[in-house]
Ligand binder design. Structure first.
Ligand SMILES: Cc1cc2nc3c(=O)[nH]c(=O)nc-3n(C[C@H](O)[C@H](O)[C@H](O)COP(=O)(O)OP(=O)(O)OC[C@H]3O[C@@H](n4cnc5c(N)ncnc54)[C@H](O)[C@@H]3O)c2cc1C
Ligand SMILES: *[C@@H]1O[C@H](CO)[C@@H](O)[C@H](O)[C@H]1NC(C)=O
Ligand SMILES: *[C@@H]1O[C@H](CO)[C@@H](O)[C@H](O)[C@H]1NC(C)=O
Ligand SMILES: *[C@@H]1O[C@H](CO)[C@@H](O)[C@H](O)[C@H]1NC(C)=O
Ligand SMILES: *[C@@H]1O[C@H](CO)[C@@H](O)[C@H](O)[C@H]1NC(C)=O
Ligand SMILES: *[C@@H]1O[C@H](CO)[C@@H](O)[C@H](O)[C@H]1NC(C)=O
Ligand SMILES: *[C@@H]1O[C@H](CO)[C@@H](O)[C@H](O)[C@H]1NC(C)=O
Length: 672
């Protein structure tokens, strides 16, 4: 617990009483008094990756502002099999929720998001996978060639140390690490389970028997098939490996890295101010420099907000807004303990608040649709109608089946207290056993795998019809065109099956019973929505409307998916292990029955993206290929909100790679 020993920066003085060991600042005044090079808003998945990498250069003074607390030794965070227990608890979770969703019986749906050091990487279910190379390559039409598979793969590798299979798995995965695709020196520890339910083998065979082959090399850009998902678990300890105990831990001893916890950024402050960096341009950056901006003192911002708004505002009202001088972020206003403070930057403000909070902060700061901002009386810094639009989320529908006696699933932790106590003791001895495991049998496949072409054609026609009626902005329209191609290519996965060996469905488990749950998840939803502020009060949550089932394609595909789940359950050898249908019950048979079940039971996979999308400005993009927010010179978004188009994977590895890549870009653009 020694305090930092090397003070290479003159500004860093009198640290001992103000900074806990590990870079965590305890005094907001001390934090606000620093002249940071970079302030990162949000110490989450991407935010800690970018902050940690930037702090490797000791010339950079890096400050992270995180709304949540740090829980380095909390079993609910670190124990793999206890995933999900932190959701809905205010000390870990923002407790966001959607507005009532007409497509799902007007239900208000939970949208958990980590409010904790590590962000959602502290709450997620530890699946650590990738989409197909085709899907990453599709991002290039929005972000240019940097955002291709080959542009991201080095950063996915840089984020991880992959350990290969450490026991014989039901797939017979290799223990060797393929260094073409897998990282061996990155901070996040990635491994495969060492405990598997004995229902996994029969499930795999039945999946194979319905035309879903096994895949033991899913990291190579072809993840189709049923594979053993890698987990962000440190196998030596049996504990979750996430942004806080990897990227943050690595940066914590550095004298140029500071984190302020329990502080909420309420505004990004701007001034019209030139620097050499304002002339940086890039492929999709439409902003071109002119010299007519009066320079404002960047230190003259006050806690109330935006400096020199009038000139930015007037210029953005001009038809030639694209040609105006970009606004320069001078720092942020944050609230700590009910009091407001201002912290300032020399170089950049980096917003990493996640897909649901990043658009909120941008809008509060004057970046968004001019009409929306003006209605709320917020001075316009950059008129970007794409902010908060293009919200896409994965959804899933559970299908659960009761098993014959004799199978060991996660249900045993509820059904057999003696087994549970022994398993717990084992876990605390060496991190192994059922408590160190999560579910990992995931399958990704296209519609052609299980539907006739005539059905696919009809589904697609309906999707296109509904999407054109939904009034998409140009970027959303471009994503729909790409999604049509994904369906037609007959390879890109449209569905995922998350197999949970245990009870995971709406109706309560019957005591003493073991289950298999076949969760069908939609990978390329045609229903899109938005997240926007509806108040100038930063403490009011944003209005989240994912528009679930606003496009009929999504519900119809889910109906077919439920039928496929049932077919798998009725296919040998899994069928021999099943005694009854739990959810949906056997009485659900017609399409109308399935639709009713789905509307009542569908849930989010918690993968919102797209709300500050990469894309050309004239296509309603929010950030350019360098992740700089249009109309600003030194504000970047680095988190899941920049992903313009959904992909067939869980998101964290992609998000880490965005943080890693952004750090390199920022060093290239600003470094000295
Ligand atoms: C319950 C759950 C399960 C999931 N399961 C998986 C899984 O198994 N595998 C997988 O790959 N992905 C999973 N995901 C998704 C994945 O974890 C997220 O997509 C990813 O972590 C998002 O990273 P991010 O950097 O965009 O945002 P986050 O990691 O959420 O980081 C945002 C950070 O910003 C902070 N913040 C926000 N606003 C402010 C503010 N105004 N001031 C200061 N700080 C602020 C937040 O507190 C948070 O720490 C899951 C997500 C959830 C919620
Ligand atoms: C993994 O866990 C082991 C055992 O607790 C620990 O020594 C090691 O530092 C951890 N690795 C990382 C990268 O966190
Ligand atoms: C930025 O570019 C403009 C136009 O080319 C030029 O006049 C100005 O001097 C440049 N500013 C800096 C700081 O280099
Ligand atoms: C708007 O653009 C026109 C044409 O480029 C220019 O003459 C005028 O000064 C601009 N007005 C403002 C307020 O920027
Ligand atoms: C598991 O063991 C740990 C360490 O001995 C103990 O703190 C914890 O309460 C146990 N949990 C359960 C559910 O028994
Ligand atoms: C937005 O705010 C207005 C005015 O306070 C309120 O009437 C409306 O219900 C709000 N909308 C949502 C979706 O919260
Ligand atoms: C957007 O701008 C690019 C380059 O400036 C141009 O080629 C393209 O046609 C424009 N697209 C639209 C929809 O205006």
């Amino acid at each position: 617990m020694a305090p930092p020993t090397v003070f290479s920066l003159a500004v860093v003085t009198a640290l001992a009483p103000l900074v806990l060991a590990g870079g965590i600042v305890t005094d907001p005044k001390f934090f606000a008094s620093q002249k940071f090079d970079y302030i990162i808003v949000g110490g989450g998945t991407a935010g800690l990756a970018v902050a940690s990498r930037l702090s490797e250069n000791r010339q950079n003074l890096v400050g992270v502002i995180e709304a949540g607390q740090h829980f380095p030794d909390d079993p609910l965070i670190y124990t793999p099999a206890l995933f999900g227990r932190t959701q809905g608890q205010a000390q870990y979770d923002w407790l966001l929720e959607t507005v009532p969703q007409p497509g799902v019986n007007n239900r208000i749906m939970d949208q958990p998001r980590g409010k904790i050091l590590g962000g959602s990487s502290a709450l997620n279910y530890m699946a650590f996978d990738r989409a197909s190379s085709t899907e990453y390559d599709a991002l290039t039409q929005f972000g240019g060639s940097d955002w291709s598979w080959s542009g991201l793969l080095p950063y996915m590798k840089k984020a991880e140390t992959f350990h290969g299979a450490q026991v014989t798995t039901p797939w017979n995965d290799p223990s060797a690490v393929d260094t073409t695709y897998e990282g061996t020196t990155g901070p996040v520890q990635v491994s495969m389970n060492t405990w598997y339910s004995d229902i996994t083998g029969p499930y795999l065979k039945s999946a194979n028997n319905v035309n879903i082959p096994s895949n033991i090399t899913p990291d190579d850009g072809t993840p189709e098939g049923v594979y053993n998902c890698r987990m962000s678990v440190n196998r030596t300890s049996g504990r979750r490996s996430y942004a806080a105990n990897t990227y943050h831990t690595a940066a914590a001893p550095r004298p140029n890295y500071f984190v302020l916890l329990q502080a909420e950024v309420t505004k990004i402050n701007f001034a019209g101010q030139w620097s050499k960096r304002d002339n940086v341009t890039s492929t999709t950056d439409a902003a071109s420099a002119t010299t007519d901006t009066t320079s404002a003192d960047p230190t003259s911002t006050d806690a109330a907000g935006v400096a020199n708004v009038t000139s930015a505002d007037a210029a953005s009202a001009n038809a030639s807004a694209l040609k105006k001088a970009p606004a320069r972020a001078t720092g942020v206003t944050f609230v700590y303990g009910g009091k407001s403070y201002t912290a300032s930057v020399n170089e950049e403000v980096i917003v990493s608040a996640g897909s649901l909070k990043t658009p909120q902060l941008l809008e509060l700061s004057g970046i968004g649709d001019k009409r929306r901002l003006q209605r709320l009386g917020i001075p316009v810094v950059s008129d970007l109608p794409g902010v908060g639009e293009n919200l896409q989320d994965h959804i899933f529908i559970p299908n659960s089946f009761a098993l014959k006696p004799g199978f060991t699933t996660f249900d045993i932790l509820n059904n057999d207290p003696v087994y549970a106590a022994q398993a717990n003791a084992t876990y605390y001895q060496d991190g192994s056993g059922i408590f160190g495991a999560t579910h990992s049998a995931f399958a990704f496949f296209d519609l052609q795998t299980f539907l006739p072409q005539s059905t696919i054609t009809t589904l697609l026609q309906n999707a296109v019809r509904d999407s054109s009626r939904s009034n998409p902005n140009p970027l959303e329209a471009a994503t729909f065109d790409q999604m049509e191609e994904f369906i037609q290519d007959g390879v890109t996965a449209q569905l995922e099956i998350i197999m949970y060996p245990g009870h995971f469905s709406p109706s309560p488990a019957v005591p003493g019973t073991s289950y298999i749950s076949i969760l069908m998840a939609l990978q390329h939803p045609w229903s899109k929505g938005s997240v926007h502020i509806n108040s100038t009060d930063p403490s009011k949550p944003p209005v989240i409307d994912p528009g679930y089932f606003s496009n009929s394609f999504d519900l119809k595909v889910m109906v077919e998916a439920c039928k496929l789940a049932r077919k798998i359950a009725q296919t040998k050898p899994l069928s021999d292990a099943i005694v009854s249908f739990q959810d949906p019950p056997a009485s659900v048979t017609t399409d109308a029955d399935f639709e009713a079940y789905i509307k009542g039971a569908v849930e989010s996979v918690y993968h919102p993206i797209g709300t500050a999308s990469l894309g050309p400005q004239n296509l309603s993009g929010v950030v350019n290929s360098r992740l700089v927010v249009y109309g600003t010179s030194n504000l970047r978004v680095v988190d899941a909100s920049i992903v313009p188009l959904h992909m067939s994977t869980h998101l964290q590895q992609t998000v880490y790679s965005i943080g890693e890549k952004a750090a390199d870009m920022i060093e290239q653009d600003c470094g000295n």
